[in-house]
Design a protein. Structure first.
Length: 87
């Protein structure tokens, strides 16, 4: 599994892919403020959020930049569920 990414690392990866937090949010149908809050809360954490929206945002960012922002984000939903409930 990969390591966690800090907020600045995520931001740099988005920029390398021609995006930023706001552009990502709008292009994926999320509120920019919600994306900012999810990144602020979960960047650098090794556990996955239990909330479906937060998990979806982090997974979509991971897919866009081609690497997991937190370990296990690109695993199957069943495996993710196991990771979120085991902590």
């Amino acid at each position: 599994m990969s390591q966690t990414m800090e907020k600045r690392q995520i931001q740099a990866q988005l920029i390398e892919h021609g995006s930023n937090f706001r552009r990502f949010a709008l292009s994926h149908g999320y509120e920019p403020r919600t994306v900012a809050q999810v990144i602020q809360r979960w960047a650098g954490h090794s556990t996955l959020p239990r909330g479906e929206l937060s998990l979806r945002i982090l997974r979509d960012i991971s897919k866009l930049i081609g690497q997991e922002v937190a370990p296990g984000l690109l695993l199957s939903p069943e495996t993710q569920r196991d990771l979120t409930t085991s902590h």
